[in-house]
Design a protein around this ligand. Structure first.
Ligand SMILES: CC(C)(COP(=O)(O)OP(=O)(O)OC[C@H]1O[C@@H](n2cnc3c(N)ncnc32)[C@H](O)[C@@H]1OP(=O)(O)O)[C@@H](O)C(=O)NCCC(=O)NCCS
Length: 184
């Protein structure tokens, strides 16, 4: 009798169980700056900041649908009223390799070290995911060299060239000039 009751009780509890809300991922702190995993409320601000730099070829244009689909790859530094001070994303190429993409700091927030914090947070996430190498295509040469990256040729990443070719030739030529890599 007792055995029968204890066997059926857990099943009844499971039937009544409510869906468990997703727990927010832990934030990453660099010095005094907190870098959060992005959540859905951040999406419009992420898209706006990212696309601010797209006309100059510094970032690739992103839609809200794209960011929604890749939200787990985005990290943000939040300001007041839902504003995004800066953001960064990881783009996985292989289990061992990821690219830093969508690195952007709001114009009035630049020069305070937020770019460095975002790169550090992206590296942390890459390590957590098991990537052993990270690279970035950027014009910010001093910034990446200061962060321990070395200048290399995009030719060492044929997967990246293939993706650029499917987008535009002009982005391929930018990539040839400023490709930075780091072992994690
Ligand atoms: C690159 C960027 C993210 C740096 O953010 P930041 O918060 O100003 O960075 P930090 O304060 O940590 O570091 C500043 C350093 O970045 C370098 N830097 C920033 N923007 C640069 C640019 N457009 N060209 C060259 N170097 C740049 C400078 O060397 C600067 O060093 P300094 O302060 O000694 O002069 C920011 O300038 C930005 O959003 N730029 C537009 C988008 C972009 O280029 N993204 C990179 C794609 S990978």
């Amino acid at each position: 009798m007792m055995a029968g009751r204890s066997a059926s009780a857990p099943a009844a509890e499971i039937d009544r169980e409510e869906p468990v809300p997703a727990r927010p991922l832990p934030a990453f702190q660099v010095g005094g700056v907190v870098v959060h995993h992005a959540d859905e409320a951040d999406i419009p601000a992420i898209v706006a900041l990212n696309n601010l730099y797209a006309p100059d070829g510094l970032t690739l244009t992103r839609s809200e649908a794209f960011v929604t689909g890749h939200l787990q790859d985005y990290q943000v530094i939040r300001g007041a009223n839902g504003r995004i001070r800066g953001q960064v994303a990881l783009d996985e190429y292989a289990p061992s390799l990821a690219e830093i993409v969508s690195l952007a700091v709001a114009p009035d927030q630049q020069g305070q070290g937020l770019g460095q914090c975002l790169i550090t947070a992206a590296e942390h996430l890459a390590r957590e995911r098991g990537h052993r190498e990270i690279f970035a295509i950027s014009l910010a040469e001093v910034l990446f060299l200061r962060m321990g990256y070395t200048l290399t040729s995009i030719e060492i990443y044929p997967e990246k060239i293939a993706r650029y070719r499917s987008i535009s030739r002009s982005e391929l030529s930018i990539g040839r000039k400023f490709c930075f890599t780091k072992r994690l």
